[in-house]
Design a protein around this ligand. Sequence first.
Ligand code: MN3
Length: 205
Amino acid sequence: MFKQYQLQYGFDALEPHIDTLTMETHYTKHHAGYTNNLNAAVEKDEKLKGLSIEEILRNLDSISDSALRTAIRNNGGGYWNHNLYFSILSPNGKKEPEGALLKQIEQDFNSFEEMKERVSALAISRFGSGWSWLSANKDGSLVATSTANQDNPLMDKADINPILGIDVWEHAYYLKYKNLRGDYVKAFWNIVDWDAVEKLYAAIS
Ligand code: MN3
């Protein structure tokens, strides 16, 4: 039974960057929905029971039933992606990366600012719904990519781990920002908890 990440802050805590109603709807409706649908789907295939969500998402091809594979891809992706998203946000997190993560960001993107520009550009240019990612390869190197729908880099490549994701589905920003996705993406960086991102980076490299 997969459990939804427990928010460490209130629905209103990320104001004014993410509004209370968006946070409440996103967490209690969208994320809860993905979680419930994932659990229902996993019940349908004995081979999936006991696997971690990462093991399932890295091996979608092993699910023979195509409708079930699609259900797991969409809802398992939605489950995992939102667990990451909500866990790296905080109203009072560390404002900038330090140490090994900062060093790697500077190596791969020249600077913290240029990394944010690259990940933001991918978020803004993603057509329709999807995500923009900062991910770490097994050797510690970092890469910025984007994916459609609830896909994520785990589905594409072995040994890659997203450490930051920007949700650019309209449900993540439309109540406050309407069509101005770029304003939401800009605001997103104000509430990233770099301590949480550093911990994810340390765990995989
Ligand atoms: Mn979402």
